[in-house]
Design a protein around this ligand. Structure first.
Ligand code: ARG
Ligand code: ZN
Length: 879
């Protein structure tokens, strides 16, 4: 059995480097198997560092060709090079000196997609977090900032476009059939923001004039023939640039901003200075190939990477423990952007759903970690929902506590004070504390304590004295490595809805609440209101002001009152969702015990009425009609999970809603906008509502005819994929479903991104038999196992998006994932580790499945050589 190995890195061990880097000059001669890299680094010994202290650079799978100091070959007895480090002695005691490091790389065989690699004939790099050390020996850490000059030489045929960070310096012919380009980035940056791209690409160009009147050239590079699909990304980019100027006063700072879309990429995108590299999934869109969700993701991710230019690049992180400093903050910024571009409440509902679906289970299981972790073995495993999404919620809470004005003052101070710094969470919080005069010490625990706090809420209405009391009590369960927790500062937005549906505007008696927010800072606190005209209904954690679980005995009549009258759309959805969830949890438990399920009449009526209410936004109605997913119900139940029972119970409720509202759904199923497709939020909302309605109507009718007609007559990918999903999930194996699948495959045979949808829809077909289908698809000749999008579309969708298929009672789903993870790990550890996290909630399963899941995890652990990535995840999951 493999024993736990690998170094543990700790936040408290932070120490600056012994040498200070002043600048770096890189020259690449590109070749698929033999790219040479010459790195010239100017450094000096830091004040106070011993004269004999060696210079130690990081490496990863590197070999050193030669080493020069100030242009002369260095005495071989004065340095040691291993694949993962270069130690140099005999260096000047003071004054700057130049180290020249020569390495040779093979991009074509780099399957980890970290460092310099090839994707569809294009050279590209990914350096965050520790990929630069796969290119050359260097101080590959975020607190070492340097000014970069990059020269790229390549065959004109091999790579027509040669790109790097910063501004274009010049280029030209080099020798026989070869050319070069040189780039200079004046802004000091850490190595993780370095990027290089070389290839023959299609180009889409535009420009943007900044608030101070500077013209910036905008360029998006895509595969030839896909130029027509880059228009929406370009539009989103220009809107992002404008928005950051208006909302945060942030202006772009180079002459050129470039985006390159590549087809093999481990994550969504990367914010390299002036040269963002994107997974093509988040750039390419047109109505025939992209869904509304794809458009929304493109808008959000283009914005996210662009916003990093200030939150991440101009101000970067001191060390990787501070990852949330750039990621949580930048997610917060992209959320605010999307909310402004679309319907704010619908956007918030989607965020809450996502947070609960991904971050809450992470925080409740063996992979739980603080927003700012204090130790790690493999940093790649910390690009998590907790760092990103909870990290964003924490920033959002700062704004809730401070108010918009002081929040902006704090941000301004942060930009002013830390521009050019590698900063910490303490630096960030100090800006808000200073700008607002508030003490954020207790609040800072959100960064260091893992787990989702629970707040239990009880209310007391005194009719005689017209007083209303709210008592809040907080608890925070232990998480790995944190058995005892301190009390948190939890800001809970609230409203009191009076019997006539209006909102009570009186203030709290106590002053530890303000602006409609109760500040829970002690274990237990009571807030009271007097002169309340009639018994109010409490709407608490409005807009999900704090990422906590609320436990409150609220009657369904009270929930219905909120759902009907609350002035806040998010609260109305929360109340509806809570009602649905309660019922689903109750019937799932009955189904688990083999009991008969009670009718869901009341719930069905409310949902149908909401769906039918044309005075409400279509996107909101779509959200209201979408019942909590099976995984949401599982999370709510928390332990002894039987996915089959949850599925049975949820299907029964779906049928009841469908039958109760067939007329309404039949009408709505047809209500998608006709005519030219627009990706805007209003049209997308209508399509979303029509899509949910199509699923309900088909369920009530029990026949594929309606979905088949919708499929055959669809003229955009949103409607087409909705209809395909109904056919495949509700009528698996039917001739309609099989014909549609075959037609889709033929039609989009040359379009990998669209085919990914074809794989995902099949992988998510409920039920145990899907596993065999997934295995067949994996084995088919045209299945590309090296492409991360494809693996996520099939393996990821099956294991994370198909509770009954993946958790089949015989454990075959777990064994399939385990075998794939071990296989993928040999090529691409980051991808393997990410896919494996689908099993993070295995301990909450019922005993039989739990044992089978454990065996699958143990089989991975015993499979032999594991990467640090998979090793770390499997160790923590079994700990
Ligand atoms: N910084 C990138 C972003 O904008 C993600 C990089 C992920 N890197 C990794 N090794 N997982 O979110
Ligand atoms: Zn990011």
């Amino acid at each position: 059995m493999r024993t736990e190995t690998g170094q543990v890195y700790k936040l408290k061990d932070y120490k600056p480097t012994d040498f200070v880097v002043e600048r770096i000059d890189l020259t690449f001669e590109l070749d698929p198997k033999e790219t040479t890299v010459v790195s010239r680094v100017i450094l000096h010994r830091r004040e106070g560092v011993a004269a004999d202290a060696p210079l130690v650079f990081d490496g990863d799978e590197l070999t050193l060709d030669s080493l020069q100091i100030d242009g002369n070959d260095h005495d071989p007895s004065l340095y040691d090079a291993t694949p993962d480090s270069l130690t140099i002695r005999g260096l000047p005691e003071s004054g700057p000196f130049e180290v020249t490091v020569n390495t040779t790389l093979s991009p074509a065989t780099n399957t980890k997609l970290m460092g310099l690699y090839r994707t569809n004939g294009v050279y590209c790099t990914q350096c965050e977090a520790e990929g630069f050390r796969r290119i050359t020996y260097f101080y590959d850490r975020p607190d070492v900032l340097a000014v970069y000059t990059v020269t790229i030489i390549a065959g004109k045929e091999d790579a027509k476009h040669l790109l790097s960070n910063g501004n274009f310096l010049g280029g030209g012919n080099y020798d026989e059939g070869r050319h070069f380009a040189a780039w200079f980035d004046p802004h000091p940056k850490p190595s993780y923001l370095f990027a290089l791209v070389g290839g023959d690409l299609g180009l889409v160009e535009d420009s943007f004039t900044t608030m101070s009147g500077k013209e910036v050239a905008l360029k998006i590079y895509v595969e030839h023939g896909k130029e027509g699909r880059a228009g929406y990304a370009m539009d989103a980019l220009k809107r992002s640039m404008k928005w950051d100027e208006e909302m945060f006063g942030r202006e772009y700072d180079l002459d050129i901003f470039q985006i390159v879309a590549v087809s093999d990429f481990n994550m969504g995108a990367m914010e390299n200075k002036g040269l963002n590299v994107f997974n093509d999934k988040y750039v390419l869109a047109d109505p025939e190939t992209a869904t509304d969700a794809d458009y929304a993701n493109i808008e959000a991710i283009i914005a996210h990477e662009y916003f990093h230019n200030w939150t991440g690049n101009r101000i970067t992180c001191r060390d990787w423990f501070q990852l949330c400093l750039k990621e949580g903050l930048t997610v917060y910024r992209d959320h605010a952007f999307s909310a402004d571009q679309r319907s704010a409440s619908v956007k918030r509902i989607a965020e809450i759903r996502l947070l609960k679906a991904h971050q809450f289970p992470e925080d409740a299981g063996p992979l739980a970690h603080p927003v700012r972790p204090e130790s790690y073995k493999e940093i790649n495993n910390f690009y998590t929902a907790t760092v990103y999404e909870k990290g964003s919620e924490v920033v959002r809470m700062i704004r809730t506590i401070l108010g918009a004005e002081d929040f902006r003052k704090g941000m301004d101070l942060y930009f002013e004070r830390h521009d050019g710094d590698a900063a910490t969470i303490e630096d960030f919080l100090a800006c808000f504390a200073e700008a607002s005069g508030r003490d954020l010490k207790q609040f800072a625990l959100w960064y260091s304590q893992a787990g989702t706090p629970s707040v239990s809420v009880s209310t007391d209405w005194n009719e005689a004295s017209k007083t209303f009391k709210v008592t809040l009590e907080q608890t925070l369960a232990p998480t790995p490595g944190q058995s005892r927790k301190a009390l948190m500062h939890i800001p809970l937005a609230y409203g009191l809805i009076l019997p006539d549906g209006t909102e009570f505007d009186g203030r709290l008696d106590t002053d530890d609440a303000e602006n409609g927010v109760m500040h829970l800072t002690k274990r237990k606190q009571t807030f009271s209101f007097s002169n309340v005209p009639g018994r109010p209904v409490l709407s608490i954690n409005r807009g999900f002001s704090a990422p906590v679980n609320i436990a409150m005995e609220q009657s369904s009549a009270d929930l219905a009152h909120i759902a009907r009258h609350d002035g806040d759309g998010v609260s109305r959805w929360q109340a509806l969702n809570e009602q649905a969830m309660r019922h689903l949890v109750a019937v799932s438990k009955l189904a688990r015990d083999g009991r008969t399920l009670p009718p869901a009449r009341e719930l069905a009526d409310i949902l149908v009425a909401t769906g039918a209410d044309d005075s409400l936004e279509p996107a909101f109605r779509a959200q209201a009609l979408a019942l909590p997913a099976e995984s949401d119900i599982a999370r709510e139940i928390g332990s002894n999970i039987d996915p089959e029972a949850i599925h049975t119970a949820r299907e029964a409720v779906l049928s009841e809603v469908a039958n109760a509202g067939l007329d309404v759904f039949a009408r709505l199923a047809d209500s998608a906008p006709k005519g030219a497709y627009s990706p805007d939020a209003a049209d997308a909302g209508q399509r979303a509502l029509a899509g949910v309605a199509l699923a309900y109507a088909s369920l009530a009718e029990g026949q594929p005819a309606r979905a088949k007609t919708a499929y055959d007559s669809s003229d955009n990918m949103t409607v087409m994929s909705q209809a395909l999903q109904v056919l495949v999930h509700q009528f698996p194996g039917s001739s309609e479903a099989e014909e549609a699948l075959a037609g889709f495959k033929t039609r989009f045979a040359d379009d990998p991104l669209v085919l990914d949808k074809w794989y995902s829809i099949q992988a998510m077909t409920p039920g145990a038999p899907t596993r065999e289908r997934v295995e067949e698809l994996l084995e088919s000749d045209d299945f590309d196992r090296s492409n991360p999008n494809r693996m996520r579309a099939l393996i990821g969708a099956f294991s994370a998006g198909n509770p009954t298929g993946f958790n089949a009672a015989d454990g075959a789903g777990y064994r399939l994932l385990a075998a794939e993870v071990v296989d993928i790990d040999k090529r691409n550890p980051q991808l393997a580790a990410r896919l494996l996290t689908a099993m993070r909630s295995w301990r909450s399963l019922e005993a039989g499945r739990q044992e089978l899941a454990r065996q699958a995890l143990v089989s991975i652990r015993e499979a032999g050589e594991l990467s640090p990535d998979v090793g770390d995840i499997v160790d923590r999951m079994l700990a």
